[in-house]
Design a protein around this ligand. Structure first.
Ligand code: 5GP
Length: 201
């Protein structure tokens, strides 16, 4: 069996990555979503083990030292990391898995696992991005300002990715990502197992 596909959805904070991943999860039933560990406090409605694994800084550092993360980053003062073991298990079982992570993390994954598919989510404009972040009502003015400054600089990194998807309308952005995933699943390099199987018969 060929390994599953590792899909990285990344881009500036507030570009709508979370919403797109939720939609992809509900529409592509076979797609697994990686659950990150974070030292951030849970927001209202967030569920342990579903939204994140909420751990403290000592636990996080222990995991870094044990090499348990495929990537990790400090984002706006909190640590976030992708559990390596779980992701590789899914891939080895032939399951496709999606990671919704920040840009620093995506660049680490690209280095460690370059056969992944890297998709940069672009907000329609920086004004719209600010409206979205303010609309969430979860961040202080200081954090919003920091996020906006970062978002401006982060647009440069779009060119490091395989694809850029403009998230002006959720529906069309989801469709575009589904098309990318479906096309990538059919790349010749990912069809070795089926080609060999057909030869056997
Ligand atoms: P939030 O606190 O709003 O849930 O997430 C803040 C940022 O951290 C978002 O850009 C989100 O994509 C990113 N993030 C979430 N999980 C991970 C992870 O495991 N690794 C990295 N590098 N970033 C993450």
């Amino acid at each position: 069996m060929d390994n599953g596909l590792l899909v990285v959805i990344s881009g500036p904070s507030g570009a709508g990555k979370g919403t797109l991943c939720k939609r992809l999860k509900s529409e592509m039933k076979d797609l697994k979503v990686s659950v990150s560990a974070t030292t951030r406090k849970p927001r209202e409605g967030e569920v342990e083990g579903e939204s994140y694994f909420f751990i403290n800084e000592d636990e996080f550092i222990k995991k870094i030292n044990n090499d348990e993360f495929l990537e990790y980053a400090c984002v706006y003062g909190n640590y976030y990391g992708t559990p390596k073991k779980e992701v590789f298990k899914q891939l080895e079982d032939g399951n496709d898995i999606i990671l919704e992570i920040d840009i620093q993390g995506a660049l680490q994954v690209k280095k460690n696992y370059p056969i992944g598919v890297f998709i940069f989510i672009l907000p329609p404009s920086l004004n719209e991005l600010q409206n979205r972040i303010e609309g969430r009502g979860t961040d202080t003015k200081e954090v919003i300002l920091k996020r906006m400054q970062c978002a401006y600089d982060e647009l440069d990194y779009a060119f490091e990715y395989d694809y850029v998807v403009l998230n002006d309308q959720v529906e069309t952005a989801v469709q575009k990502i589904q098309c990318i995933i479906n096309a990538e699943k059919n790349r010749a390099i990912r069809k070795k197992a089926i080609i060999n199987k057909i030869r056997e018969v």
